[in-house]
Design a protein around this ligand. Sequence first.
Ligand SMILES: C[S@@+](CC[C@H](N)C(=O)[O-])C[C@H]1O[C@@H](n2cnc3c(N)ncnc32)[C@H](O)[C@@H]1O
Length: 296
Amino acid sequence: MQKLKHKELRNELKNGGITKVVPEGIHKISFIYELVQDAYPDLCDDDYHCEWQAPQPAWKHSVRNALGNLKGKGEVDKDGLEKGWWRITINSTIIPTANELMILDATAGSRSMWHKNHKYNPCVLFLDQRLEIKGVGKGVTMPRKNPDGAPIPQQPGWECAPDILGDFTHLEQFDDETFDHIVWDPPHVIKKSNGFITMKYGYLGDQWRETLANGFKELWRILKTKSTLQFKWADNDIPKNEIVKLFHDIAGNPIDYITGTQTKKSIGASIECRKCGDEIRGTWFLIYFKFPEDRN
Ligand SMILES: C[S@@+](CC[C@H](N)C(=O)[O-])C[C@H]1O[C@@H](n2cnc3c(N)ncnc32)[C@H](O)[C@@H]1O
């Protein structure tokens, strides 16, 4: 009888059940179990254990089995994710692999700077160092106490759900010259605070020079020649020219952005930099182009 229930659960999940009860995004297996048990309480009996996996309830085996089956069909994904995490993709038959991708967003955050038609473009790999979604706490290991709690109380719909967790200063998983375009919008605030800005966008810390220099070096390495890196910088704490100088000196050859502009919103609203007293210019968009070596 119990065995039949687990078969029923597995078939139900394989035939669309997973995407009915689990939202699109990256989830820890324990969160997927919770959602499945809520949706199918009669099929998820905690007291019945597999002989070979006691004390784990047998129904959890059926969930993993269904996920494995859907992975085989390309409907859910595990590649590139840490153990115990699954990426659920709804209505998508294309699961990108690093080799096929052309664009990298190295600091995905909530993807707010992306046009709505490209937020889930399979040609874009969204990377961030953190996962903060409803039901999962800060970072990747701490479950949120209130499973329905939003990561940012003031913005319940906000989430940081990258395709892949990673650190832009260590991208060894990618070969040299992999991407045709890279978007890089690192945190721009040095010090951590309890405020909304660092909660939403992160902070750099005192090692900001090293972090940004290593990040630029690593992104430049994985950017294809004749391709572009789009760098966004808000110079509240660190003047843009200081960053530009940092990148200029990095990779043997001098590297300068080819075009740059400020957001209109910040023009005319300048104030003094807290650190150096210079005028603050606002948010910058700078485009770097990786010229072939003989044309640099
Ligand atoms: C300014 S926010 C990016 C906002 C994003 N562009 C958007 O449209 O929502 C900076 C992001 O960089 C991420 N971050 C900070 N340090 C990182 C690192 N070393 N590697 C990868 N991501 C990092 C933060 O978690 C944060 O989500």
